[in-house]
Ligand binder design. Structure first.
Ligand code: ATP
Ligand code: MG
Length: 343
């Protein structure tokens, strides 16, 4: 065709054809390069995306706020939710809706409610793991959103359902920042949570090395270790999330006793699925779909036939036992000085 259309010699035609046959090879290479560039640029895209991720608020309290704080903050562990609303991400529905309640200094509060009602979200909000969308939370009268995260979190301690232990020795787990010089204090903390005898029988005592995630301790023992950690940290607010869901009744009782004695000066918020755990609290918060359905002394709530707590208790199947726990603790409460919590 080339030679026919005008004056190209046979030799050139041969040459052109040879080169023309080479072109597809380069096309293949070109496509390969193009796709490789595209996949490599994913990394750049990822980096740009991560550069835009919102980070947590400042670790340190700003000097202006710090000036207004009392020297020993928090001196009282009163907690107040004021019309607080929270959602996990923009565009998602509110998980806590206009929640308002006040917890007095040293009060033991139980939080109950159905799955997904927003119990854990309350703890998440107090720790500012997620920031609120409106309203405020006050710790000892100070809006926690103005505080630095380190100062805020240093004053509280959370024991999650699945207690986490670091690798290292037992002592490092109980006192991670080596804040306590004396081993005796560590032993005292262990004694208060009822672990002294267990650790005493270990050949290496406090120097026992944790295996992966603390698997050489049982779930309940791990929780008690976390509690000893909270004790040594002198936390003013202690939060337990379903902490007693997976342990036997006896250890549960041990933990409850530890909370009553060792944390008597702390404000304790306990989330519980097993109603037994919280029936002897000073007050109970019943959450329902992100709002506080009820908050009062357990016995008062149980006396309301149609109340939210009464419904939960009836459905739990051991209403009589729960009611007797509630009224026993009510009588005890009456016997001691209680006016501060009773409405
Ligand atoms: P449970 O008794 O099962 O522990 P809960 O009362 O603790 O339930 P929350 O964990 O507070 O419930 O959850 C309340 C609501 O928030 C649920 O509807 C859930 O879908 C939503 N939610 C929880 N965690 C997140 C998250 N990380 N991102 C988005 N939504 C979440
Ligand atoms: Mg939860």
């Amino acid at each position: 065709f080339l030679s026919a259309s005008g004056g190209v010699g046979v030799v050139f035609t041969g040459l052109i054809l040879t080169y023309a046959l080479e072109v597809p090879k380069f096309l293949k290479f070109g496509t390969m390069m193009a796709s490789r560039v595209e996949s490599d640029f994913n990394r750049v895209e990822r980096i740009l995306q991560y550069m835009k991720v919102d980070t947590e608020a400042d670790e340190d309290t700003s000097p202006e706020v710090r000036k207004g704080l009392p020297p020993a903050f928090p001196s009282k562990s009163t907690l107040e939710f004021r019309n607080y609303s929270m959602r996990y991400r923009d565009g998602l529905p509110l998980v806590l809706k206009n929640v308002s309640f006040t917890v007095a200094d040293g009060e033991k509060i139980g939080i109950v409610g159905r799955t997904g009602s927003g119990k854990s979200s309350i703890l998440v909000s107090i720790f500012r793991i997620v920031e609120g969308s409106s309203g405020s939370i006050l710790l000892d009268g100070i809006d926690i959103s103005t505080l630095g995260l380190r100062d805020l979190r240093a004053s509280m301690c959370m024991i999650p359902q699945d207690p986490f232990l670091f690798s290292g020795t037992l002592r490092e787990n109980i006192d991670p920042f080596s804040a306590v010089k004396d081993d005796k204090d560590v032993w005292d903390a262990l004694d208060m949570v009822g672990l002294k005898s267990v650790v005493g029988t270990l050949p290496e005592g406090l120097a026992t090395v944790m295996s992966d995630g603390g698997s050489n301790f049982s779930q309940g023992q791990r929780q008690l270790i976390c509690m000893a950690r909270a004790l040594l940290r002198n936390a003013r607010v202690l939060m337990l999330d379903e902490a007693t869901a997976s342990i036997d009744l006896e250890t549960d009782n041990k933990i409850q006793t530890a909370i009553r004695t060792a944390f008597s000066h702390c404000t304790v918020l306990t989330i519980a699925h097993r109603l037994d755990t919280v029936m002897d609290s000073d007050r109970i918060i019943v959450m329902e779909e992100g709002v506080v359905a009820e908050i009062d002394v357990p016995k008062t709530l149980l006396d309301k036939e149609e109340g939210a707590l009464s419904r939960l208790v009836t459905r739990s199947g051991n209403a009589d036992r729960l009611k007797s726990i509630a009224s026993k603790s009510y009588d005890n409460l009456r016997a001691v000085d209680t006016k501060q919590f009773l409405p």
